[in-house]
Write a protein that binds this ligand. Structure first.
Ligand code: NAD
Length: 420
């Protein structure tokens, strides 16, 4: 099939590669010329290693053609960003523009799938938008002669390639024929089960999945703050509580990052503010946890005169290079702005500091050894594998701040949960 994937980011590019490897003729469209050039010349720094070689293969064989503009296809897949605006409502301007770019090329019988995460009702609105722009594609009864569906993306950064094909997919069309066409399309490259439903259920399913994870993480984060207050070690407590056969508390951290879990719950809140009290509370707890960790670091900093603070990890989750919405970035930025310490960042998954961190004179990206040698305060912000056993390596007198709720002196581990 001729497929046009619109948006070649974290989701769209791997999807385009997988489609091309399944034998589809794929045009990958991105309005970012640099991105298109990077893919065309296979200069894909920072993408998942398993994808680099496969990307190279499908571009070289001509099955994936990276371009800046949309052209006719049998299937159009929209994978553009859906961030929050300043009022924490979904900013759908990229989706609107992607749909508008498809409209002139649309023909009867084509399928348009929105993979971007969107508030409930968006896919139906996009179907109407297409029909308004292309009234010639209305059937006699006024319904469209093209098909529109939503198929939310559920991949885990770090395992995108395996999960794109292996994980079950939810497909919901704006009418039964759209659902069936979209299910058939996904069956052509997904090994996981395709679950067909209506479009609103498909949209809401993705939002509820992420809200559910946000609520679970909020509970763990609340427990970690509670443990600190009670002088109880949160790691031990959670390990013991999880010995109960029906309890599964997650691991606390410095907040929630990435551009899905901290964002998508707000799409539910904007649609139903009165029915989302738990979801809103979870968001607030997770945001408060980041501030709480920052306060613990600042208390530790105040024990010394202008100490070096080693911040271990910037990514929002272990073993990836994705810094989007990372609470670690928020914390490091606040420490740099505060001015009473010098910050050393250890992030093995990036080569350069992003702006605005790169602009702070008191902040530098260094190796782990250098950071540990200089630091009086060590903060574990991301549990990368490279930091396993870090507590054993701290110098005596170093203060260690772990976002799981413990703050203690290096080499003196009797007092987990104690403040130095
Ligand atoms: N990253 C993830 O792990 C993940 C997981 C599940 C769902 N999602 C959802 O998938 C969607 C895409 O996310 P992403 O992480 O790939 O975003 P991204 O920012 O990495 O990439 C989006 C790409 O779309 C391009 N773009 C924007 N407007 C365009 C337009 N009108 N035409 C063509 N290209 C355009 C951008 O230049 C960018 O390269 C979002 O809705 C996101 O919530 C992402």
């Amino acid at each position: 099939m001729k497929v046009c994937v619109i948006g070649l980011g974290y989701i769209g590019f791997p999807l385009a590669v997988v489609l091309a490897r399944s034998g589809h003729r794929v045009r990958g469209v991105d309005t970012d010329t640099k991105r298109v050039e990077a893919i065309r010349s296979v200069n894909l720094e920072g993408i998942e290693p398993s994808l680099e070689a496969l990307g190279q293969e499908v571009v070289a064989s001509g099955f994936l053609d990276p371009v800046e503009t949309v052209s006719p296809a049998e299937v159009f897949v929209v994978a553009v960003p859906t961030p929050l605006d300043e009022n924490r409502r979904a900013d759908l301007s990229h989706v609107d523009r992607a749909i508008d770019s498809i409209a002139p090329h649309l023909e009867a019988g084509n399928l348009v799938v929105i993979e971007s995460t969107v508030p409930v009702g968006t896919t139906e609105r996009m179907a109407c938008r297409l029909l308004e722009k292309r009234p010639d594609l209305a059937r006699e009864d006024g319904t469209p002669s093209f098909f529109v569906a939503h198929c939310p993306e559920r991949v885990l950064p770090g395992r995108i390639f395996e999960e794109l094909t292996g994980v079950d997919r939810i497909v919901g069309g704006t009418d039964p024929e759209s659902t069936s066409r979209a299910a058939g399309f996904y069956a052509s490259f997904v090994q996981g089960t395709i679950h067909s439903t209506d479009v609103r259920t498909a949209e809401m399913c993705k939002l509820v999945e992420n809200a559910s994870r946000d609520v679970s993480i909020a509970f763990a984060n609340e427990v970690s703050m509670l443990c600190n207050r009670m002088g109880v070690d949160s790691s031990t407590l959670i390990r013991l509580a999880n010995r109960h056969p029906r309890v599964r508390i997650m691991e606390p951290g410095p907040g929630v990052g990435g551009h899905c879990i901290p964002v998508d719950p707000w799409f539910l809140v904007e649609s139903a503010p009165l029915e989302t009290r738990l979801i809103q509370s979870a968001r607030k707890v997770n945001e408060a946890k980041t501030e709480w960790v920052l306060q613990r670091i600042e208390e530790s900093v105040s024990l010394f005169e202008n100490p070096v603070v080693a911040c271990l990890g910037l990514a929002y989750k272990p073993n990836v290079n994705d810094l989007r919405e990372s609470p670690a970035v928020f914390i490091v930025k606040a420490l740099c702005a505060n001015g009473n310490c010098t910050v050393r960042i250890v992030e093995p998954h990036i080569r350069d500091l992003p702006l605005p961190l790169a602009g702070f004179a008191r902040c530098r990206l260094v190796g782990l050894e250098e950071a540990l040698a200089e630091a009086r305060v060590v903060v574990l912000l991301t549990r990368h594998r490279a930091f396993d056993g870090i507590e054993e390596r701290l110098k005596e007198g170093t203060v260690f701040v772990d976002p799981n709720g413990t703050v203690h002196e290096g080499m003196k581990k009797s007092g987990t949960g104690e403040r130095p």
